[in-house]
Design a protein around this ligand. Sequence first.
Ligand SMILES: Nc1ncnc2c1ncn2[C@@H]1O[C@H](COP(=O)(O)OP(=O)(O)OP(=O)(O)O)[C@@H](O)[C@H]1O
Length: 249
Amino acid sequence: MSGAMLLEASGLEIRFGGVVAADGIGLTIAEGEHIAIIGPNGAGKTTFLNICTGYLKPRAGSVRYRGRELIGKSPRAITRLGIARAFQIPQLFAQQTVRENVAIAAAARAGRIAPFTRLLATPERDKADALLALIDCADVADREAHELPEGKRKLVDIALALALEPELLLMDEPTSGVASSEKFAVMETLIRALEARGVTSVFVEHDMEMVTRYATRVAVWSSGQIQRDGPPAEVLADPEVIRTVIGTA
Ligand SMILES: Nc1ncnc2c1ncn2[C@@H]1O[C@H](COP(=O)(O)OP(=O)(O)OP(=O)(O)O)[C@@H](O)[C@H]1O
């Protein structure tokens, strides 16, 4: 069920040389939604996530989060306000154990990262274990991150993001690189974890079956503009969307 307004983007414009990556983008996100962003390569989907998380500054437009302007704030400041990001390639410390990776994120959230911090003797260990149980990764807690199969790596990356205690999680193709036989199980676990923690999400996705099953709403990007925005069943049946996006997916 959707709740109060969380984020409101409007009039976003950005170009890179001759490429227009955002041309009047406007999108609202309400609490409890899981919004899929779809669209052809180069349409500006990742650019939108980069603007919302402070990695790119648009030349025009606004992004308000619970009424506060985000444009001009640093990625760190935006994370502190409650927006986390998970990347297409998980950002894990390869030589640390999975538990240590999540504990580091939890310690960072608590402002307890300092040289010689004993990560696993602190409350962060319990937080890490609870998160790993939530994403079905308790079995790999003692493994080093580089040993993980792709599906587990993706889920651990989500645990890292959840350790920051976000209200909104932005994800770039959360199951890309995961074997198709595992994709649905990974996404199922991911969405269940978000629901359990009351986290709203936006995910860029190229797999339409994933969109149909897991998105509560879908927004279609096309050349830096939003072509359609609505319930998945309606949007994915639109002949224009089928022609421009699904036909090329
Ligand atoms: N930092 C940048 N510098 C220069 N060009 C960029 C930059 N970021 C994005 N672009 C360009 O802007 C356009 C939109 O890129 P973006 O990554 O947002 O597309 P996308 O819809 O996420 O594509 P894909 O599905 O392939 O990931 C592309 O032409 C890309 O090359």
